[in-house]
Design a protein around this ligand. Structure first.
Ligand SMILES: Cc1cc2nc3c(=O)[nH]c(=O)nc-3n(C[C@H](O)[C@H](O)[C@H](O)COP(=O)(O)O)c2cc1C
Length: 161
């Protein structure tokens, strides 16, 4: 699979098979993800593997599409609002790397933003000032949704003099 193919064929997966993801394989995707760009190589990502008790407390409306694994990805606080934003940008790059690594291996990922609420932050034990970039269901897809077409990129480009 070329990178372009991987980028274009990745989908947000809403339903998973029960087959587990091998932990070492999962770690290899996270390790690859850590080569994301990040300012001053501060590696601002932190990962929480969500176990069954915590998952039950989160009570996600579809139980993350029955994904066999769930993880939350956090972004560390910065010394300034600018640094905080930069950290979130770097962690977003980390996440996209992870999504693509999983996809290339035939797995799928479901991105939920539920971790940003105060109640769910408390359930996850997120330290104050950390941002929750997402909570992710990870597994092998039972259904792959069709592509959601994108706006022609030329409509998003402005040429400056
Ligand atoms: C910051 C962020 C938060 C998201 N939160 C959710 C969510 O809470 N629930 C959900 O179903 N999808 C969520 N998504 C996934 C998008 O809905 C999905 O990427 C979009 O529909 C495009 O589909 P595709 O990823 O299959 O191309 C989120 C994506 C991002 C980047």
């Amino acid at each position: 699979m070329t990178i372009i193919n991987a980028i274009k064929s990745r989908r947000n997966i809403k339903l998973f098979k029960p087959d587990p993801i091998d932990e070492n394989v999962l770690l290899s995707w996270l390790e690859a993800a850590s080569y994301a760009p990040n300012h001053r190589v501060n590696e601002p990502w932190e990962v929480l593997f969500v176990g069954p008790d915590t998952r039950a407390k989160l009570n996600h409306k579809t139980n993350f599409g029955q994904a066999p694994a769930v993880m939350a990805v956090l972004s560390k606080p910065g010394n300034t609002p600018f640094e905080r934003d930069e950290n979130m940008m770097a962690v977003s790059c980390f996440v996209q790397n992870f999504l693509l690594a999983a996809h290339e291996a035939g797995a799928g990922t479901f991105w939920s933003s539920m971790g940003s609420s105060e109640a769910n932050r408390n359930i996850l034990g997120v330290p104050q000032d950390y941002e929750v970039i997402g909570v992710f269901g990870i597994g092998y897809p039972a259904e792959i949704p069709p592509v959601k077409p994108r706006t022609p990129i030329t409509a998003k480009i402005t040429y400056l003099s």
